[in-house]
Each structure stands twice: as C-alpha cells, then as structure tokens.
Design a protein. Structure first.
Lengths: 290, 290
DNA sequence: TCCACATTGCAACGATTGTTTTACGAACTA
DNA sequence: TAGTTCGTAAAACAATCGTTGCAATGTGGA
C-alpha cells in the first residue's frame, strides 16, 4: 500500500525494542492504519486492547511530541490516497514541494479527474446540446471571463454561431434580446457566483432557451436553471481559485464540437488562416520596426 | 467519485431548501468529504466559515440525531474506498479512449510536466523578476488574451501594480507610453505569434524595460527579447492549440507573487471582498427577478 | 535475597469536543 | 408600522478528548 512511508518504517524498525504493550499498540496501528485517523485515541486503544496512555507512550517512544503527530500522519496518508495514482506520478519529490510544484501537481490531478467516465458523459451531453443550438450565447463574468472568451474565440474561428455576452457599460445582457427557444446559453460561473450571471441565466431559462453551465459544485445555483451541467474543480493551495480546469472544459467542448464535422472545421480554420494571413497578423520572428 | 452515496444525494436534494448558512456548511462538506472524517467539527466549521452550531443544525436538518452521524458516514466511505482498487485498474485497461478523454489526459500530463525542476526554476526566476518591477505591463493578444486577462485580474485583486495592454481600436500599445527601465513587460504569445505582440515586446526591450515571456518553444521569437522565458506546451489532439498550460503558468506566477507577502495579499483580498460585497456583486442562489 | 529499574494500570487533569441555550437582528406578515 | 417569525452569533454546557503523575507490578543483576 504505502511503501514510501517514513512513520511505518520507523515503527517496524523499532518494533523489536518495544515493550510488549507498545508492540501490541504498534501492531494494531500497522494493521489498521486508517482507523488511526478515523477514531479517537481512546477508542483505538480500546480496539487494540491497551490503555489509552500506551498510545501516548508509543508516540513519545517514536520520537514525537504526542499522539497527535501520529494521527496527523495517517490523516495525511488518507488525503494523499484520494489522489489515487499520486504514487504513479513520482515518488521522489513527495516530501518537500514548493508552492509552484504543489499547484501544478494539484492542477494536473484535477484535470485528470475530468477524464473520469461520469465527467466525460456530462461533457459529451453538453457538447450535444450545444451542437443542436441555433446560436450559442456565451456568458462568463469576472474571473470566468477568460473561459467565456476562449470558447467564443475558438468557436469564432470555426464558424459563426456564437455570441459573447460581455458588453461594456452594463450592456452585458443586451445580446440576449433576440435570443429564443432554439438558442442555448453557455454560462460559466464559479464560487463566488456573480449575481449578474445568475440573473441572466435565469432570464435565458424564462425565455425558453437551453442552458449549459460550467460550474464548480453539485449545489451551484446554476444547477437549478441549466439543462446540462459540467463540474470542474477550483481548489488551489493559493489564496484564489484556479480556472485551468474550467478552461480545459472549454477546450474539450470546442474539441468535441469541431470533431462533429471535421471537414467543415478544417475548412473554416483554413479560411480563418487565409484571412489572418492577408492581414499580416502573425509573424515568426521579431519584426523590424520602422 | 461516489455516486452511490445516500447522504450526498440527500444533501444535494435538500440543498435548495436550506438557509444560507446551512448551504455554506453543506457546500463545504460536499467539496471536502474526506475532511469531515479527518478533522474535528469545530475545525471543519472554521474552514467552512460557519459557526460550530451550524454543523449540528445541518445534521438535524438532514434528519440525524447529531453531527456524529455525518462523521461516521464519511469515515465509512473512507474505509470502503480502501478496497476500491477495481475501478482504477479498469480505468487503466481501457485503451480505447474518446477524444475528450485523450485531451484531458494529455493536458494533465502537460501540466504535470511544468512541475519538473527545470521548469520550476524558470517560474521562480520569472516571479522574482516580476516582484522587483515597479509596474507590470501585461500583453497577450488573440488566443493569449485570456492568459493576460487572468494575470491582470488576479493581480488587481492583490494590488495596483499591473496594467493590461488591450486597448480597443488599435490602442493596444498606448499603455507603454510611460513605462520605463524599472518596469517589466509580461508578454504571452504562442505559435502562431501575433506580430503586434512581438513588436511591442521589442519596443519594451528598447525602452530598457524588463521582459518576461510565457511562450511555447525554445525557438520562440520572444526568446530573443525576454530576460526570463517560461515554456509551456500547446499541442492538442484537436485542430487548435491548448492554452490551459499557459493559464496554469499564469496562476503559478500569481501564486508565487502572492506568497511573497502573504499578510499583504490576504489583506488586499479582504479589502477587495468588502468592496465587492458592498456592491452586491455576488450571490449564492438564483436571485429573484422583479 | 534484595535492590534498581523498566513497564504497566489507574485516576485525575486541563483542554477541546459537540451540543444546547440564549439573545439579538433581519425579514416577512397583517 | 407593529408584531411575529425566522436565522444567526455568542456563550454556556456536559462529555470526551489526549495527557500526565503516581503507585503497583514485574524483571534482571548483585
């Protein structure tokens, strides 16, 4: 199960030199590692058939300040196991990671988790719904702006069916004026949810539009108004939320939509290419400035 | 992860009818199910931002005798998961993946690769350079707009030192007018490189500004003008490039910068929170429309 | 045999837990 | 507008927690 476990090795290594009661306690911990974090010390001692104080003494024998250190260790082991194949990634640098490494590791896992079957099914259902729409209105305010913008940008390269709701000076929602039952609103919102986004999603619903949501929780307010909901993680070791998984979702949706008619998508992209080429938009070297 | 979870379904089902505080508690439990079993109720309440009593009330609201029932449920879920290797093995054996799964898998790897030591070193060097700057000008055109926008948005919440170069009607570069040797340009550009981005980066260089680049290749044109370069993958099984790794880079940079003075960052965020709260920007439920 | 010492069980300690009570304030109703 | 209900925050509560001191027990060396 856990081969790179320092505490476990320590217990095994010093087991022989323990007094009988400590051995009994230690054996029970080795055989029921999860219980250590899940029940109180007294109950663990009861199950192990030793006195509560023996657990404390075991902790000190192992060089810890108190039993709390042992519990913390096993709790952490559970937390890490949640990320299942964390072991698969790399064993070397698990102990002391910098913030950057932590962030990237966690991001990688969060995106990998989007690949689970339940999540894939939601993505495909959402893509299906979007594909059937006459027009797609894209809404993402504040932090979610970047996701909405990305979706709209890519879809614009692919065709003409999207409209980005981000007017200045409070005109965000104006784009919905001509929207109707055949259209779909793609709403992106994460906690804290922008009030305006929720209002517009609700309005879209009332207009009979389809609603597809990218959000962060089973209990996001968007669940109530959306036909299709895609969940993405936003947790981050920093002060703010991450949007990379949400962006990944947007990219997957674009990918699925483009994949429905590969020939058409390819042609649209080539057309866009020619257009941008004609405008001298791109360059592959630092241009000489005049 | 846990689809056959009665308690979870119960929480989701009754979520709408909960008072706000209960919702906040419930949301935290849904998002951190393991923590329920691993930390004390008081600490869980603290992390959820609610009173301890709210957790008890949530338990009663859900029809339990007390909080202990909730903890017991989550503890049992952890115990059962120990035997849950089957799902993982099955996942590993399915070589026939759909496009969505392919994309997410590849994305996950690309971001994990950003955590390699060489890459981490570049990220930290770039953060160091940005931290020393008087002002940070952020430039990302076309597809890279979302990355630039993200960096600017987060940094604005943290303080006042960034300016986003994205003026309309061809005024993109105007912001650099007053920029000087003490400032830094953060330029984001991937293949195909927007000509305008390269020109502005070159201009910044000539003005004596520092240049930090997020780009996609060792031979990107930005290599020539930037003091610090961060590379991120952009390949995708679709027709277009992925920007999720680039966004991840931006998030890491923000994280590293915020981490340099955690107290100040926290204070700035709280200030921003109060401001947005006063403006009634956010909501956690669909607002009633009048 | 006796002593020194390690090990153990037990009881009590303060700290912290989960819960209940209380009082205040907001939101709704008539 | 006054009255009422509802939701929340804070304090008080008993219970349980992990820990510690001490006496009882067992063990090995002189």
């Amino acid at each position: 199960m856990s081969q790179g476990d320092a505490l476990r090795d320590r217990i095994i290594g010093t087991f022989e030199s323990m007094p009988p009661q400590l051995q009994q306690a230690a054996r029970h911990i080795l055989e029921h590692p999860d219980e250590v974090a899940l029940v109180s010390m007294r109950e663990l001692a009861r199950n192990a058939g030793v006195q509560p104080s023996t657990m404390t003494r075991l902790a000190k024998f192992l060089g810890f300040a108190g039993y709390e250190d042992i519990r913390a260790h096993h709790a952490q082991a559970i937390r890490l196991r949640v990320d299942g194949f964390a072991a698969q990634q790399e064993r070397a640098s698990t102990s002391d990671e910098g913030l950057a490494q932590q962030m990237l590791h966690s991001l990688s896992l969060q995106i990998a988790r989007l690949g689970e079957p339940a999540s894939i099914a939601r993505l495909e259902a959402a893509a299906e719904r979007l594909a059937r729409a006459r027009r797609i209105y894209v809404l993402g305010l504040r932090s979610c702006h970047l996701v909405a913008w990305h979706f709209h940008y890519v879809m614009t390269l692919l065709g003409e069916r999207t409209e980005h709701l981000d007017g200045p000076a409070g005109t965000v929602g104006d784009g919905l004026m001509r929207a109707g039952a055949k259209d779909v609103l793609l709403a992106i919102s994460i906690n804290p949810y922008a009030r305006h986004s929720l209002e517009l999603a609700q309005l879209a619903r009332e207009k009979g539009m389809g609603v597809v949501a990218i959000t962060d929780s089973e209990v996001s307010p968007l669940n109530g108004v959306a036909d299709e909901v895609i969940l993405c993680a936003t947790e981050s070791p920093t002060f703010f939320h991450t949007l990379a998984p949400a962006l990944a979702v947007s990219e997957v949706l674009c990918g699925l939509l483009a994949n429905r008619d590969r020939a058409a998508a390819l042609e649209a992209l080539q057309k866009a290419d020619r257009h941008l080429l004609a405008l001298n938009t791109y360059s592959s070297a630092i241009p000489r400035r005049q």
